[in-house]
Design a protein around this ligand. Structure first.
Ligand SMILES: Cc1ncc(COP(=O)(O)O)c(C=O)c1O
Length: 425
């Protein structure tokens, strides 16, 4: 059967890391086992005050026949609804003074699709030159990028510097001395905050990266799926940055609307035009619903205020609580370290000298109904580098119900303690 698949088919229609993960997570949920502790996916929490806003917006739309007819019955133009794109551009202008218009805004079917289209449009195989790659300035990086190429492997990653920042804590930093940009690099790409580590690249590091990208005339793509100004899951100080040499991606998913599949790209009009053409070919148009639900929230800036006043404090508190439970569950004599919790929805646990691989630890935990993600998935683009760290990390999502999280972390601690042969009384 596989001999009938094209190069595209062989790359996308067969098993992939992300496919396996999504299936594992989906199967566990579908099995409906109340014992399962789902600490795996990038699912946002159901925050009551935020869910109430969506409920209210849906009621407003449903009670207006003209709106229902428009939202459910009409195809959008491939770059997205003009009024929505205009509202988004004006929102960013009011918030940050970015001199953009709706021609700088393109809607996509989620951030994932934005990356699929963008990365394949600028990297991979070319008709008239050597293949080009996407440089990840900081590894580990979001697993969802890993299998997206339709032509040839296109990631080159950079090993980070590791700082031990406190008892049982560490932090990654971009190793600018190791960052190699040459003709084979088509773009640089970074999630901020970074999934999986929760690292937030500082404003200074971002400015430096932007300078390097400009010097080499390549785009710097910043993935703000968890970042500023929405959903705002950045716990310290950070400032969003836009320059015409950059491509910024945003998503409504982590605000609490993953079901609407709505991504937003801010870029030069030429890039918006490319994306719009690719949208038309691959899916005709985007889903209207997320745009319709959030349009007034962009117009009145509520998208920024709920992010700042509700969503950000919510995840900051959940992250601190989760960190404490994790620390309490592992024997202090074990040299474990948790990445400094700077944003996103995850704890990134490093177990130096782990006696088995993180993939085996994942399997052991799965047998005890605790689903996390083995860290090795996130180190793509570094395949040729010997580095034990790659098999010593786990990503733990803390967005689930607190009771489930606490139970899962306790079991996780028991497994780790038994591996290092210590038992906590
Ligand atoms: C860093 C990052 N970027 C992009 C995405 C894509 O999300 P969506 O397609 O729902 O916008 C995710 C989802 O988990 C993510 O973690």
């Amino acid at each position: 059967m596989t001999e009938r698949l094209s190069t595209f088919g062989k790359r996308l229609a067969l098993d992939s890391g992300i496919g396996e993960l999504m299936r594992d997570l989906g199967d566990a949920l579908a099995a409906g086992n109340s014992e399962t502790c789902m600490l795996g996916g990038g699912q946002p929490s159901h925050i009551p005050a935020v869910d109430a806003i969506w409920q209210q917006r849906l009621t407003e739309i449903a009670s207006d026949p003209a709106k229902v007819s428009r939202v459910l019955g009409d195809y959008d133009p491939p770059a997205g609804d003009a009024a929505f794109r205009d509202a988004v551009a004006k929102f960013f202008y009011r918030q940050f003074g970015w001199p953009i218009t709706k021609d700088n805004v393109c809607v996509t079917a989620g951030g994932q699709t934005a990356f699929f289209l963008l990365l394949n449009a600028i990297a991979g195989r070319f008709d008239d030159r050597e293949a080009r790659k996407v440089l990840l300035p900081l590894s580990p990086e979001y697993i969802g990028y890993a299998d997206q190429s339709v032509s040839t492997e296109f990631f080159r990653a950079t090993k980070p510097l590791i700082h031990e920042t406190g008892p049982h804590e560490f932090k990654y930093e971009i190793d600018f001395d190791a960052l190699q940009v040459d003709d084979s690099i088509a773009a640089m790409c970074l999630s901020r905050p970074t999934n999986p580590s929760s690292n937030v690249v500082s404003d200074e590091e971002l400015a430096k990266l932007c300078g390097i990208a400009k010097e080499n005339q390549i785009p710097l793509i910043i993935d703000n799926a968890y970042g500023l100004p929405f959903p705002g899951a950045i716990f310290g100080d950070a400032v969003p940055h836009y320059d015409p040499s950059m491509i910024l991606t945003f998503s409504l998913s982590k605000l609490g609307l993953p079901g609407t599949r709505t991504g937003i790209v801010i870029a030069e009009p030429e890039v918006v035009q490319y994306l719009s053409c690719m949208n038309a070919i691959s899916s005709l148009a985007n889903n209207n619903l997320g745009q319709a639900i959030t349009l007034p929230l962009f117009e009145n800036d509520q998208i920024a205020t709920i992010s700042r006043d509700v969503i950000r404090p919510y995840y900051r508190e959940r992250s601190q609580q989760a960190r404490q439970w994790l620390v309490d569950s592992i024997d202090p004599s074990i040299p474990f370290r948790i990445h400094r919790c700077e944003g996103a929805f995850f704890l990134w646990l490093w177990l130096p000298g782990l006696p088995i691989s993180s993939a085996e630890l994942y399997e052991r935990l799965k047998r005890r109904n605790v689903l996390v993600i083995s860290g090795h998935h996130f180190f793509f683009g570094l395949e040729d580098t010997e580095w034990s760290h790659r098999d010593e990390c786990l990503r733990i999502s803390y967005t689930t119900d607190p009771d489930v999280l606490q139970r899962g972390l306790k079991i996780l601690g028991e497994e780790i303690n038994s591996l290092y042969q210590v038992t906590v009384p």
